[in-house]
Design a protein around this ligand. Structure first.
Ligand code: DOR
Length: 431
């Protein structure tokens, strides 16, 4: 199948401007400046974008799909449908399912499921420890051989420093980063939101920011000692960022991510005690949020992720303290990047690169994340000028637990292509 995309406003790391693209057999075969496109092209289908935006398929490296074990929250199919509707064509999937993805057979199960639906590609993230219990290392080499892209016990930190050291030593053999959810539980376990002015004001027990940064400091030291790559999940404090900044300067192999929710919302937004804002790590204060935005501009923060964490309505419709942590995010990631580019002084190109090009650098992904000849035709046609309302019908994830609920957001995905195949079309979907 040969598809011709014409008059595209391309926005990607290496291509920025008006171009025509020829997709052949799943690959971007040719990119022409609009005025140079030959008349003699032969193709099966032509889509005239009329100046609409074309971006590389988004790569979201922090997603909880809940299957196997918690299908009532999300199935792989429902999660991937939300992904393609949100322009996300590759998902790094966390292992905190039941059973935990802690062996090569379960990694293969995820790969098999990924192929079954023909939607976004699943990149399995294997557990660091068996059952993510933090006691015994999982078979990382076997998992890497069968397709695990990284290792993490996300949802939980790797608390034991000895285990973390040993896990990092495997980096030399697997070339896969360890993603740690940095949280000192002794400091966080009695809190439900970020400790500060608003936790006092709202009367909710707080989690001190050092609960994160103490473990970030430890992980950096261990990465330095082992010369291994540690990736800090969902950074949420200024202290952590300072540590990461200094470590990067010293040449430590450390990278980090921030969620789109932490870039947009703050602890002040908990005013109605809505459990859709309850997430771990908790939303930060406004000063920290501004630091995250500056850190993105400075490339101190490497990538943006969703930490897509769908929960059932009945689980979230309880008192704030009793609700599970987590925000459903695949449906809203791309629109929130547009919102950020409009409201904050940050270019959309930079934000798009943080969810396309940079994930490929951190996780060694080939032929993805950019619009380049020879790359996979994972592409998203985006109408920047249209808005959509976030509601139960327009959120495709089973998890309706999003703080964007009820809001009008900019940016509507018109088509999503994966390896040259149209996997989502706005026209074919009734919402
Ligand atoms: O809020 C969160 N929810 N943070 C995590 O680290 C895990 C996630 C989940 O799995 O629900």
């Amino acid at each position: 199948m040969i598809i011709f995309l014409k008059n595209a406003k391309v926005l990607s790391k290496s291509c920025d401007g008006m171009f025509d693209l020829l997709l052949n057999n799943g690959i971007i075969e040719k990119i022409f400046s609009c005025e140079d496109t030959p008349d003699s092209l032969v193709y099966d289908e032509c889509i005239d974008l009329n100046g609409k935006t074309l971006i590389p398929g988004i790569i979201d490296m922090h997603v909880h799909l809940r299957e196997p074990g918690y299908e009532y929250k999300e199935t792989i199919e429902s999660g991937l449908k939300a992904a393609v509707k949100g322009g996300v064509t590759t998902v790094g999937v966390m292992p905190n399912t039941d059973p935990v993805i802690d062996n090569e057979y379960l990694v293969e199960y995820l790969k098999m499921k990924s192929e079954l639906y023909g939607l976004s590609e699943i990149l399995p993230i294997g557990a660091v420890t068996k059952k993510s219990q933090g006691v015994e290392l999982a078979p990382m080499i076997n998992m890497a051989k069968r397709g695990a892209i990284a290792f993490s016990d996300d949802g939980n930190p790797v608390e034991n420093a000895h285990i973390m050291l040993k896990a990092l030593e495997y980096y030399k053999m697997t070339n896969r980063p360890i993603i740690n959810h940095a949280e000192v539980k002794e400091l966080s376990k009695t809190g439900f939101m970020r400790e500060g002015e608003y936790s006092n004001f709202y009367g909710i027990y707080g989690i001190p920011s050092v609960a994160e940064s103490i473990m970030v400091a430890r992980d950096i030291e261990l990465a330095k000692y082992t010369d291994a790559h540690v990736h800090i999940a969902h950074v949420s404090t200024q202290e952590s960022l300072n540590l990461i900044k200094n470590a990067k300067k010293d040449g430590v192999k450390v990278s980090c991510e921030v969620t789109h929710n932490h870039l947009i919302f703050t602890d002040k937004d908990l005013k109605d005690y809505s459990t859709s804002f309850k997430v771990n790590p908790p939303l930060a204060d406004e000063e920290s949020r501004n630091t995250f935005i500056q850190a993105l501009k400075d490339d101190l923060i490497d990538i943006i992720v969703t930490d897509h964490a769908p929960h059932a309505d009945y689980e979230k419709e309880v008192e704030f303290q009793n609700a599970p942590n987590g925000i459903s995010g695949l449906d809203t990631l791309l629109s929130s990047l547009l919102k950020l580019s409009i409201e904050e002084d940050i270019s959309l190109k930079k934000l798009i690169e943080k969810v396309t090009y940079y994930p490929t650098r951190i996780f060694n992904l080939e032929k993805k994340g950019d619009i380049k000849e020879g790359y996979f035709a994972d592409l998203v046609i985006l109408n920047e000028n249209e808005t959509w309302n976030v509601n139960n019908k327009t959120v495709f994830s089973k998890g309706k637990n999003t703080p964007f609920m009820g809001m009008d957001l900019p940016g509507v995905v018109e088509y999503t292509f994966i390896k040259g195949k149209k996997v989502y079309s706005k026209e074919d979907v009734l919402v």
